[in-house]
Design a binder for this molecule. Structure first.
Ligand SMILES: Cc1cc2nc3c(=O)[nH]c(=O)nc-3n(C[C@H](O)[C@H](O)[C@H](O)COP(=O)(O)OP(=O)(O)OC[C@H]3O[C@@H](n4cnc5c(N)ncnc54)[C@H](O)[C@@H]3O)c2cc1C
Length: 309
C-alpha cells in the first residue's frame, strides 16, 4: 500500500518522498525511528494533493514542522509523515500587517518584522520552529506569545477544504491551541505596531541573551520538556529541587544548566528520554504533589507507553 501511494505521489506531484526515513534526521533531539513514508511537498498545491492521496489510501497523516518540539519513538511512525518546512514559504509585509505561510521559521519572521520597525514578535527570537508549529503550540517566550498579534489563520480542514478563520474562533492558552489535530495550518496574518527601532532591538537583545544564559543551546534538545505548572512553580525549578539535574539514562540527560531541558549527548534513544520523563514526573509528584504535564509532543508511542508515564 505504502509503495503504491509513494508511486502515486511521485507521479502526480513534485514532492520528495522517502520510505522508512529515519525521523532522527528531522528532529532537534536527533531522535526517532523510521517514518513509513516521509514526504516533503514543494508547494501548497502538492501538499493538498499529498494529503488527499494519503486519505484515499486510508493512511494516517502526521504533519510536522521543523521537529523542534517532538519526541518520536524508536519504533518510528506508521503511515505518512508530511513535513511542511520546504513548502509554504511566502512572507509579505504591508505597512503594519504581515502575511506569513506556515513553513517559514520564526527567526526569519522576527527579523523581517524588525526590518520594518514592527514590534510584537521580537521576544520569540530563538524559538527554533516553523510558524505552523508555533501556532499549534502557541509558542511563547520572554512574556510574548505567537497568538498575541494574530488576526487570521488559513487552514486545510479534515475534508481537505481551505478555511480562513479569525483569531476569535480559536482558543489559545499557555502552550496550547484549540485547532483540531487533523487540520493543517497553511498561513496566518498578524497586525503589529510600528515602534522605534531601539525599543524593538532592546526586547530582541534581552530575549536573545536571556536564552543564551539560561538554556543549554550547545546540546540537542526540544526545549522545555514539561509545561510550567503555575506562575509560582516552574517545571525546571521543581525538577532541580528534586535533585535530578544531570541524571542520565543512556545518552539522554537532564541538563545541568536548565533542568526542564533534557539533552541528547550523542546517541540517545527515545526510550532513554522516556525513562527520564517518567522519573522526573514521578519524583516531582512524590516530593511536591504536583503533576507535571508534557509540553513536548510524543509521536509514534503506543497508548500503553504514554499511560505508563
Ligand atoms: C532550543 C529550543 C528552545 C525552545 N524554546 C522555546 C520557547 O522559548 N518557547 C516555546 O514555546 N517553545 C520553545 N521550543 C519548542 C519549539 O521550538 C516550539 O514548540 C515550536 O513552535 C515548534 O515548531 P516546529 O515547527 O518545530 O513544530 P514541530 O515540533 O514539528 O511540531 C509541533 C506540533 O505542531 C504540529 N504542527 C507543526 N506544523 C503544523 C502545521 N503546519 N499544521 C498543523 N500542525 C502542525 C505537529 O504535528 C506537532 O503536534 C524550543 C525548542 C528548542 C529545541
Amino acid at each position: 500500500m505504502i509503495h503504491s501511494l509513494s508511486d502515486k505521489i511521485l507521479n502526480t506531484t513534485n514532492a520528495t518522498v522517502s520510505i522508512n526515513e529515519p525521523m532522527k534526521k528531522h528532529t532537534t533531539y536527533g531522535i526517532g525511528g523510521p517514518a513509513e513514508l516521509f514526504v516533503l511537498p514543494s508547494n501548497k498545491e502538492d501538499l493538498i494533493e499529498v494529503v488527499k492521496l494519503s486519505k484515499e489510501h486510508k493512511e494516517v497523516v502526521t504533519i510536522i514542522g521543523s521537529g523542534s518540539n517532538l519526541l518520536i519513538s524508536d519504533e518510528g511512525i506508521k503511515g505518512v509523515v508530511v513535513s511542511i518546512k520546504h513548502c509554504l514559504r511566502e512572507i509579505n509585509i504591508d505597512t503594519d500587517e504581515i502575511y506569513v505561510e506556515c513553513g517559514i521559521m520564526l527567526g526569519k519572521i522576527v527579523k523581517e518584522s524588525m526590518k520594518h520597525d514592527l514590534k510584537g514578535l521580537e521576544n520569540l527570537i530563538g524559538v527554533p520552529g516553523t510558524l505552523g508549529g508555533a501556532l499549534m503550540m502557541n509558542a511563547g517566550a520572554w512574556g510574548g506569545e505567537i497568538s498575541e498579534n494574530l488576526q487570521t489563520v488559513e487552514l486545510l480542514d479534515e475534508k481537505n477544504e481551505i478555511q480562513l478563520i479569525s483569531k476569535s474562533d480559536i482558543d489559545f492558552a499557555y502552550r496550547s491551541s484549540s485547532f483540531n489535530k487533523n487540520t493543517i495550518l497553511l498561513s496566518a496574518t498578524f497586525k503589529l505596531k510600528k515602534s522605534p527601532k531601539e525599543i524593538i532591538q532592546d526586547n530582541f537583545e534581552l530575549a536573545k541573551s536571556g536564552r543564551k544564559s539560561t538554556q543549554p543551546l550547545n546540546y540537542r534538545s526540544a526545549g522545555s520538556v514539561f509545561k510550567n505548572p503555575s506562575s509560582k512553580h516552574s517545571a525546571g525549578m521543581l525538577i532541580d529541587q528534586s535533585g535530578l539535574k544531570g541524571l542520565k539514562r543512556g545518552d539522554a540527560q537532564i541538563s545541568n544548566k536548565h533542568a526542564n531541558f533534557f539533552v541528547n549527548n550523542g546517541n540517545a534513544k527515545a526510550d532513554d528520554m522516556m525513562k527520564l520523563i517518567k522519573e522526573a514526573k514521578h519524583t516531582v509528584k512524590e516530593k511536591f504533589d504536583i503533576e507535571l504535564e508534557l509540553e513536548v509532543k510524543l509521536l509514534g508511542f503506543s497508548a500503553e507507553e504514554i499511560n505508563a508515564l
